[in-house]
Design a protein around this ligand. Structure first.
Ligand SMILES: [Zn+2]
Length: 221
């Protein structure tokens, strides 16, 4: 058999197959399992693997489709239309267009995310400054802002006073950002999701339910 898979051995007890990226096969195996046994298992699962690879390739193709000229790129809740300018040096907004330099379709997401990042800091910092005075009066220190691309959460607050906000909040209407910021600030007072926490959140940002519903609608990407 052609060795067209990545083998990861660990202290696990059984074999597991996973198809990732553009269809690469990852095999997780117990430390001492013979390669013969592993390859027999792969051969047995060939049909499942091919189906998973086809799905994965389709998904990768669709992801790139989103970055074709004319595609809608969300920016603070408004769709901008992706346009290419061969003379452009960098990504910039021109009215309702988001103009990017001429690069292959699979490189466009990284460019646009970089542009989100360049714009995010002052916008996120302003949202924090808007809501912090109440918490400052309670004696808390303004958390330090970190902007990250996160897969499973919109924001987090560490006990050391670091606040992480998801870069992709740049895609959503500003009330979503404000809701996440106030949510995290309320964790300064209540390090949990108790009734007292939600009572404070509702007092500081009554619109939080509607904003959170918007965040739930748009899947992270
Ligand atoms: Zn929370």
């Amino acid at each position: 058999m052609r060795k067209n898979y990545q083998l990861i051995r660990s202290k696990r007890k059984s074999l597991a197959l996973q198809v990732v990226g553009a269809g690469e096969l990852v095999v997780r195996a117990p430390e001492r399992m013979p390669v013969r046994a592993i390859e027999a298992f792969i051969a047995e699962k060939q049909e499942w693997i091919e189906a998973a690879q086809a799905r994965q390739q389709q998904r990768a193709k669709q992801a790139h489709q989103c970055w074709k000229v004319g595609a809608k790129v969300p920016y603070l809740g408004k769709p901008l239309t992706l346009a290419i300018d061969t003379a452009a040096q960098k990504v910039h907004r021109d009215g309702s267009y988001l103009v990017i330099p001429k690069v292959p379709v699979e490189q466009r997401q990284a460019l646009v995310y970089q542009w989100y990042r360049e714009n995010a800091r002052p916008i996120f910092a302003t949202a924090m400054a808007t809501h912090f005075p109440y918490f400052e009066r309670l004696g808390y220190q303004l958390p330090k802002l970190h902007i990250k691309l996160m897969k499973t959460r919109w924001g987090s607050l560490s006990t050391r006073g670091n606040m992480s906000l998801n870069l992709l909040l740049m895609q959503y209407p500003p009330q979503c950002l404000h809701s996440v910021v106030v949510h995290e600030f309320c964790h300064l007072v209540h390090m949990n999701h108790s009734n007292a926490f939600y009572a404070l959140l509702s007092e500081r940002y009554p619109q939080w339910r509607a904003a959170d519903a918007l965040l739930k609608q748009g899947a992270l990407r």
